[in-house]
Design a binder for this molecule. Sequence first.
Ligand code: PAF
Length: 300
Amino acid sequence: MRLQGGAGNQWECLMANEGKVKVIRSIQEMQSIARELRSKGERIGFVPTMGYLHRGHLNLIETARDKADKVVVSIFVNRIQFGPNEDFQRYPHDFDHDLAACEEAGVDYIFYPEEEEMYPKGYSTYINEEACSKRLCGISRPHHFRCVLTVVGKLFNIVQPDFAVFGQKDAQQAAVIKKMAADLHLSIEIIVNRTIREEDGLAMSSRNAYLTSRQREDAGVIYQALQKAKELVDSGIVNTDRVQAETSNILQSKRRLRVIYVEIVNPETMEPIKEIVSGKSLLAVAVWVDEVRLIDNILL
Ligand code: PAF
């Protein structure tokens, strides 16, 4: 990888060996690239990430690749969306791996800013969604979605995409981002891809890297619980309490798991629902596997 000065400005731009993926470190540079692409009528597909890319991310990139002329992936671990006792300090990262993965996946640009670039001293503007974001994960992580929306809103302004791709694993995040896009009249299509899973059904997540082999084994029960709930609904049970209770019981059958929430909600608003309507009810769960927080969901 070689370091080179920015074209005509003070910023720097890193180029991958093969010269295919361009790594952009400055907002100004990224914005001017986006402007140029748009002026040529090129369609920009965007995949925002916090790095440590896995097959789930690659699936999002693949969708972007299929629908766009140019694909931008951002890699930025957004410190502010982590609570004070959360895992920011140990969040996994491996830029060389991510660079190679992006190269392989046909990404055109990686936007990889420093924290000071995104949040210079004196930064004080945030985006707050006040309904959907307050439920489920919003209860135990009260500032999380405000900070996710803030960084995603900033990234949208920097990358200026025609569309952005997110994963269904983070169903509430996707719903909150869709709401922001609608409420703020952003002309950016929000695409949500299905959850990519390991062989035993565990949803792909960068946080899976924290799990010891025993914890990893126990975490497999999350998908089993979701599937059991789906079976119950498919067999005609529509009572929310019953399905939630059965799901919790399965999760709690593993000693290392502690339930944070098990809720059946409207998939757009995350509002709790009383009676399950097939295809319109989302079962969302969050658990601790010892000290590792995992989430997952299934459309019932
Ligand atoms: O889902 C993530 O990785 C992050 O929440 C996101 C959307 C990149 C914002 O930091």
